[in-house]
Design a binder for this molecule. Sequence first.
Ligand SMILES: *[C@@H]1O[C@H](CO)[C@@H](O)[C@H](O)[C@H]1NC(C)=O
Ligand SMILES: *[C@@H]1O[C@H](CO)[C@@H](O)[C@H](O)[C@H]1NC(C)=O
Ligand SMILES: *[C@@H]1O[C@H](CO)[C@@H](O)[C@H](O)[C@H]1NC(C)=O
Ligand SMILES: *[C@@H]1O[C@H](CO)[C@@H](O)[C@H](O)[C@H]1NC(C)=O
Ligand SMILES: *[C@@H]1O[C@H](CO)[C@@H](O)[C@H](O)[C@H]1NC(C)=O
Ligand SMILES: *[C@@H]1O[C@H](CO)[C@@H](O)[C@H](O)[C@H]1NC(C)=O
Ligand SMILES: *[C@@H]1O[C@H](CO)[C@@H](O)[C@H](O)[C@H]1NC(C)=O
Ligand SMILES: *[C@@H]1O[C@H](CO)[C@@H](O)[C@H](O)[C@H]1NC(C)=O
Ligand SMILES: *[C@@H]1O[C@H](CO)[C@@H](O)[C@H](O)[C@H]1NC(C)=O
Length: 380
Amino acid sequence: MLFYILLIALLQGSILAANTKKGADLYSRPSGSVANPFPTVIQEKYTGNGINFLVIGDWGQKGPGTGQLQVAAAMKTWADSNKTTFIINVGDSFYRTSNSNTTALDPNDHEGVLNETDPKWNTYWLDVYNGTLSEITWYTVAGNHDWYANVTAEVDYFWDINSRFFIPALYYVRQVTFSNNVIATFIHIDTDPFYYNYSTYTKNDDMKSNELNLNLYTTNQTDVILQWLEQQLINAQGSDWIFVVGHHPLVGDCALYNPSQYYLMYEFPPLLIKYKVSAYFNGHAHELAISVANNTSPVTYFGSGAGGATLGSGCANPTWTNGLSFGFLSINIPDKGDTLYYEFVDSNTTDTPPTIVYSGKINSRLLEMILSALVKKLSG
Ligand SMILES: *[C@@H]1O[C@H](CO)[C@@H](O)[C@H](O)[C@H]1NC(C)=O
Ligand SMILES: *[C@@H]1O[C@H](CO)[C@@H](O)[C@H](O)[C@H]1NC(C)=O
Ligand SMILES: *[C@@H]1O[C@H](CO)[C@@H](O)[C@H](O)[C@H]1NC(C)=O
Ligand SMILES: *[C@@H]1O[C@H](CO)[C@@H](O)[C@H](O)[C@H]1NC(C)=O
Ligand SMILES: *[C@@H]1O[C@H](CO)[C@@H](O)[C@H](O)[C@H]1NC(C)=O
Ligand SMILES: *[C@@H]1O[C@H](CO)[C@@H](O)[C@H](O)[C@H]1NC(C)=O
Ligand SMILES: *[C@@H]1O[C@H](CO)[C@@H](O)[C@H](O)[C@H]1NC(C)=O
Ligand SMILES: *[C@@H]1O[C@H](CO)[C@@H](O)[C@H](O)[C@H]1NC(C)=O
Ligand SMILES: *[C@@H]1O[C@H](CO)[C@@H](O)[C@H](O)[C@H]1NC(C)=O
């Protein structure tokens, strides 16, 4: 009897271990700061028909007016009926539950996480996105609420505890190959040091000390990151799709090209335009939003920051926004690889099924080049 109990315990242990690989089981951890871009391009290959991924941001908060649970339930329903390949997490993963007007609902009531064993890993993430979602990897960038506390601990958690919270460094690149050699390059960037000017930052949290300790507090330091980004964009020019993922928006009212307000954020769009990035994914503004490509910019800007934290801060000016409602974004690139279909999904209440509130499609970089060459030929 004891033998069987031990055997079962052993098997369960190995199943658990199989589901929770550490980053260190997959790659060797580079030495040095988490602010150094991950030194190699991470290769991922998916077999089957195309890829499906969800984009979620601004989610880890509990209490009145928050929507984490209903969005999680809708994502689960969605992932159950569509083969979700992975999740893109645009950051602000962990908030304080209380604000100045409410009392704490949680004994661990603080911004971000304090360390890699903070109970919030379970109570805000693992316990909430369960079922089908507990087998899917979350490709993560950090947001300001993560920087308000121990942002380094989020990278440590990946390496030491659970690689499904995928953030091997604050900056990293993935080359995703699927179907018949279709290539999508994802460049994950941390926009915080480009949004908050160290010299003028006055809030009483860890943003400033993190910028200082991570050596991301001068423009010479952010210039190095920008040069790295440009090199990654150059390297990715052969890709069918190039996606850049960051926390803060680059268009709309939350991103006026005004250095005194949004510091160095204005440096990004010219690079994204020059290297024909297919799309930029962001959160920060607690809404779903899209700014479609046009004659002067080939980039589609997707905002998905309605994952659960209290609503209220819109960033008007896009082609479309949902305003005050929780939800997420679903992206599907079918087998052929030349077209991307997007669906914004509203899930404001638990008792209604996930509802598609806005949808559309965009062409791959290759298809765009062919189409514009055709147009040139016809008009010339
Ligand atoms: C969605 O839920 C939030 C919080 O409960 C509420 O403030 C908002 O009005 C709701 N939006 C819609 C469109 O029902
Ligand atoms: C995903 O699943 C939902 C229902 O859960 C369905 O309405 C939707 O069309 C599916 N989307 C894709 C791309 O398969
Ligand atoms: C607290 O309540 C005041 C007055 O109702 C409101 O103006 C303020 O925005 C609230 N603060 C937060 C953080 O919710
Ligand atoms: C941040 O978290 C890491 C990993 O848990 C820990 O080693 C480090 O001491 C923490 N830093 C601070 C300032 O608490
Ligand atoms: C990690 O943070 C939690 C609070 O979230 C604290 O209770 C615990 O003591 C910390 N652990 C270490 C090793 O610092
Ligand atoms: C998943 O999490 C939700 C919300 O925390 C909970 O109500 C539900 O029972 C959980 N389901 C499973 C299968 O654990
Ligand atoms: C950052 O703030 C300092 C101090 O006010 C200012 O001198 C500097 O120009 C600012 N940097 C940018 C790029 O706006
Ligand atoms: C920053 O870069 C400028 C121009 O490259 C250089 O002149 C300056 O010495 C650098 N400052 C520091 C503190 O390294
Ligand atoms: C094109 O799109 C960009 C980014 O969304 C926007 O800033 C710009 O105003 C648009 N230009 C035109 C001519 O619509």
